[in-house]
Design a binder for this molecule. Structure first.
Ligand code: GPW
Length: 820
């Protein structure tokens, strides 16, 4: 018995070594080998770009091998696998993350230094893979990293957008968008698999016929697009696993254009080629907002159909049956963007694999699960029926049948309650409703913070929840803190390792070992010194990019996130102008110096959001150039917010602005990244701020504003923003319309005061203003006491462990995906 176990352990060990080829790596040899193969040179005579590419290719090859071994082992053990379907993965840069996860960072740094290369300069070449807009896409990437680190077999599916999220420039105070050609350098991370291309069919019509007493259905007269998979390997911290993010690229099928070519219609042929390939051309830059465009629907179907076909093919090869799909495969729908999974899986099982409706439905429901990320009505996806049927005729007919059966069922549950039945329908008012499609099918539905899930249960999804409450659960979001703390803040990380040991690298909850030091003056001073260094680094970047000098001893108050009215950057900048007026009125008063830092992209067509950016930029011009306030107040808008910029800003934050109107921010994840880097939150009780407050207590957070239920109650009573305007606030609003900012912002003021555009002040900025100003006074007062503020910061770091994506992914694995 003992012997047997021993030999078993030995085999296990061998297998482990097998999975970790990096353990025997000689960095210099490896790089020279790759350089010789790819460029015919060695380190001694390679350019920096050649070294960059060779280093990336070497890492990619290590991960390819790890993935092969890991994949084989999962197949042998018949492990259940999870497929994470998401229209967005905001990967950011890969090189540093991969080297860190593989434990090779220090060795390569040294090897490169020996050859005269600075690895930090090489990191700077690595472009952000910006295949996402913001929180939702970044969450998907954090979950891939965490799942891999925990040895879960997880595959991500998305689209290989040729152009990711646009590059932002501010020109004459207005946001301009420029294409992000990330593949120019980022292609080193992608491995094409042309041979695994999959056909996806658009348009045409549905034909039904009898075939030997069997009722058959098919789509005819369609046009085909080929989806070509590109693999990006994902590493996990100190792990045997390597997983894949599979990105689909649209291509015209080889066969098609011959006819046009032979007719001599060369230009037409190439035109159609371009049409097909536009599907994967560009990421839609709208966050939390839908437009209902044909091309977007085609992107969604390309992702869903290609992914499901490849999942089913792999599954059948392994098991020679589809009936055990729910036992061996979990498919996750990241918001409704891939909700077509529901009818498409039905279509594949029924039309292509001969299942009857009931069995196909059972398999579909038990395989699929869905996360909701918003309660904002403008983000709930609904497709016009005509557009939907035109592009996806067979999928539409399946949706009709799902809807027919659903309504039959609802009529029994809620007899004659037509209002409710209409609200719950999949097809109604000439629209296909994607959230209801997910609710009708998925065996698990989750929200992303406690508050958000409560709002789903008691608000927008109440009627579904009443019928099957056991399907609804919460999984509070989490972050890949090894990127967001360990890699982005090496100073703090090294210090923590010395002070509390390295356990926190494996288990974020071990950060709590910091708590006993909360009254240790030396530790508090050390933490402040590290923060000061990170603020110097950011100050240098600001001077470089904006030509503005900021004082690292001032409070760095930071709001970084997509620009959206509900996130209330407007509240922040109005308050900044309010402070400005106070200083001007009392230039010699005692004022805690502050630097307000913003970074945000606005969706290209979101004019109100762009106006708010303009206001921030105009305010920064006025304030930064006014000698009266110069050593007391600065405002900075940093262009082109993205993952790699966030990695520099976040470690430098003293104050984290999380000031959305309560009830609207599903969770937030930037709040967690800032917290774990020692920033103290000023915020409303919204999204995961509620749970941050639970962790740190009243003493270590600056709360303000109405609670979610108070917001509701005020709407019920009737909200009249003018009732909340004090003379000081009126004076700030007057600044916006007077021209002192170099331009007039009448539109913005109108949106707060009149309901010419709908509701006046729909995000209750004015109602929360006074309490926000009060909380900001508290911030300044507390910051005077450096020790006290450092203690708050320490407690925030120590209590942030629960927001690790390791915890979140484990909850998904245990409660939703049922992984072993
Ligand atoms: F509308 N989120 C996002 F729900 O970044 F789909 N983009 C989106 O399109 C949506 C949500 C969608 C964000 C939420 O706004 C944020 O509160 C949350 O932390 C994040 O998703 C991850 O759950």
């Amino acid at each position: 018995m003992n012997k047997k176990q021993n030999s078993k352990q030995k085999i296990q060990k061998l297998a482990e070594n097998d999975a970790r080829p990096e353990r025997a790596i000689q960095p210099t040899e490896l790089l020279n080998d790759t350089l010789r193969r790819i460029f015919g040179c060695e380190l001694a005579d390679a350019t920096q770009k050649q070294v960059y590419r060779a280093l990336c290719i070497s890492v990619r090859e290590l991960l390819t091998e790890k993935n092969r071994v890991f994949g084989n082992r999962c197949t042998e053990k018949e492990r259940k696998e999870v497929y994470y379907m998401s229209m967005e993965f905001l990967v950011g840069t890969s090189l540093r993350n991969n080297l860190f996860n593989l434990g090779l960072e220090a060795e390569f740094r040294k090897a490169l230094a020996d050859a005269g290369f600075d690895i930090d300069e090489i990191y700077a070449i690595d472009p952000d893979a910006g295949l996402g807009n913001g929180g939702l896409g970044r969450l998907a990437s954090c979950y891939m990293d965490a799942a891999t680190g925990m040895d879960y077999p997880m595959t991500g599916f998305s689209i290989r957008y040729e152009f990711g999220i646009f590059k932002q420039k501010i020109v004459d105070g207005w946001q301009m968008e420029f294409p992000d050609n990330w593949l120019e350098m980022g292609d080193v991370w992608l491995q094409a698999r042309e041979d695994d291309a999959v056909e996806v069919k658009f348009g045409g019509e549905v034909r039904e016929w009898m075939d030997n007493d069997r009722f058959k259905v098919a789509q005819v007269g369609y046009s085909s697009v080929m989806a070509v998979p590109y693999d990006m390997y994902i590493s996990g911290y100190d792990s045997d696993a390597a997983n894949r993010l599979v990105l689909w690229s649209a291509k015209l099928p080889q066969s098609f254009d011959m006819a046009a070519f032979s007719r001599g219609d060369y230009v037409r042929a190439l035109e159609r080629n371009a049409m097909a390939e536009t599907i994967s051309k560009v990421l839609y830059p709208a966050d939390d907002h839908i437009q209902g465009k044909r091309l977007r629907l085609k992107q969604q179907y390309l992702l869903v159909s290609a992914s499901l076909q490849s999942i089913l093919k792999k599954h059948y090869k392994k098991y020679r049956t589809y009936t055990n799909l729910p036992e061996k495969v979990a498919i996750h729908i990241n918001d409704t963007h891939p909700a077509l999974c529901v009818p498409e899986l039905m279509r594949l099982l029924i039309d292509e694999h001969d299942f009857g409706w009931d069995e196909a439905w059972d398999i579909t429901c038990r395989t699929l699960s869905y996360t909701n990320h918003t309660v904002m009505s403008e983000a709930l996806e609904r497709w016009n029926v005509d557009l939907f049927r035109e592009q996806l005729p067979r999928v539409y007919s399946i949706c009709q049948e799902i809807n027919r059966r659903l309504i039959e069922h609802l009529c029994a549950v809620y007899p004659n309650d037509w209002g409710k039945i209409n609200y719950m329908a999949v097809i109604a008012n000439n629209e296909v409703r994607m959230a209801n499609l997910c609710l009708a099918a998925c065996h698990k539905v989750n929200g992303v913070s406690k508050l958000h899930t409560d709002i789903l249960r008691n608000g927008i999804f109440r009627d579904y929840c009443q019928i099957t409450p056991e399907r609804f659960l919460n999984v509070t979001n989490g972050i890949a803190y090894r990127r967001w703390l360990c890699q982005s803040d090496p100073l703090l990380t090294d210090y923590l390792k010395q002070l509390i040991g390295g356990d926190f690298l494996r288990d974020a909850r071990a950060l709590e070992k910091l708590l006993p030091y909360q009254n240790d003056e030396k530790v508090l001073a050390d933490l402040m010194a590290i923060k000061r260094k990170n603020k110097e680094r950011l100050a240098a970047l600001i001077e470089n990019q904006n030509g503005v000098r900021v004082d690292p001893d001032s409070i760095f108050d930071i709001q970084i996130k997509r620009l959206h009215e509900y996130k209330r950057q407007l509240l922040n900048i109005l308050h900044v102008l309010y402070l400005y007026r106070q200083i001007k009125a009392n230039p010699h008063g005692d004022f805690m110096p502050r630097t307000f830092i913003f970074a945000a992209k606005a969706s290209a067509g979101y004019i109100r959001a762009k106006q708010i950016i303009s206001l921030i930029v105009a305010a920064s011009k006025l304030i930064n150039n006014d000698p009266d306030v110069n050593d007391k107040l600065k405002v900075v808008f940093l262009e082109d917010y993205k993952v790699s910029l966030a990695e520099i800003i976040i470690p430098a934050a003293d104050i984290s602005e999380q000031i959305s109107i309560a009830g609207k921010e599903a969770s937030g994840t930037g709040n967690m990244k800032l917290m774990i880097n020692g920033a103290v939150t000023i915020g409303t009780l919204d999204g995961a701020n509620v749970e941050i407050h639970e962790q740190v207590g009243d003493e270590n957070i600056f709360l303000f504003g109405m609670k979610a239920h108070e917001v509701e109650e005020l709407w019920q009573r009737g909200y009249h923003p003018t009732e909340f305007i004090t003379p000081e606030l009126q004076a700030v609003l007057d600044m916006l319309t007077s021209g002192v900012l170099g331009q007039r912002f009448d539109d913005l003021v109108d949106s707060l005061l009149t309901n010419r555009f709908g509701t006046a002040d729909p995000y209750m900025t004015l109602a929360d203003f006074q309490d926000y100003a009060r909380a900001q006074r508290d911030v300044a007062a507390v910051y005077q006491d450096k020790q006290r503020f450092a203690r708050m910061s320490l407690i925030n770091i120590a209590k942030a462990g629960i927001f690790s994506s390791d915890r979140a992914v484990k909850e998904y694995a245990d409660e939703i995906w049922n992984l072993d």
